[in-house]
Design a protein around this ligand. Structure first.
Ligand code: SF4
Length: 187
């Protein structure tokens, strides 16, 4: 069929693609990030979001609530006092969720790794980290590079298989428990 015939029949408006690819395309191009900062790295994160670098060019916009965010950018020193709060906020985010460790403080304790008795030596001790961005502080270009890496990672996921198989596993486990409890009651 020629392109003209496609146009007339309306078939030209149909795109066929694997569902995983479509879902990943939507997810990877709109990872909203949770808007909070812990120390000096947060200033660079704000600069990355501002007009000169404009994070929204790559589909990333800030959200003020963890419940509406896909990505947590840990920007700054994580003190022991804040570590429990960071973990709590991470748990309030809906799945699938991602964490970017921005700067050497968030990644390893940074300048405080040796004598900073009050500083967590890496945020990956309390939440799982997907991408580490090095620097003290990392420049906006480095953060953008890290976020593009995260988008590449999201594109490689298989959300349909993983979600469906997780749901089937949960269903089987629930049914098995119900059968066992019915058998125990009958005995
Ligand atoms: S890595 Fe450097 S710039 Fe970032 S929070 Fe730590 S001391 Fe500040």
């Amino acid at each position: 069929m020629t392109s003209e015939q496609y146009g007339k029949s309306g078939l030209g408006d149909i795109i066929v693609a694997p569902l995983n690819k479509l879902v990943n395309w939507a997810r990877a191009t709109s990872p909203w990030y949770f808007q909070f900062g812990l120390a000096c790295c947060a200033i660079e994160m704000m600069a990355t979001a501002a007009s000169r670098h404009d994070l929204e060019r790559i589909g990333m916009m800030p959200r003020s609530s963890p419940r509406q965010a896909d990505v947590m950018i840990v920007a700054g020193t994580v003190t022991l006092k804040m570590a429990t709060r960071v973990k709590k906020l991470y748990e309030q985010m809906a799945d699938p969720k991602y964490v970017v460790s921005m700067g050497s403080c968030a990644t390893s304790g940074g300048p405080y790794w040796q004598y900073g008795y009050h500083v967590l030596k890496g945020v990956d001790l309390v939440v799982p980290v997907d991408v580490y961005v090095p620097g003290c502080p990392p420049r906006p270009e480095a953060l953008i590079e890290g976020l593009l890496k995260l988008q590449e990672q999201i594109l490689q996921e298989r959300p349909m298989q993983d979600t469906v198989s997780k749901n089937i596993r949960e269903l089987f486990s629930r049914k098995t428990k119900e059968r066992k409890s019915a058998a125990a009651t009958a005995a």
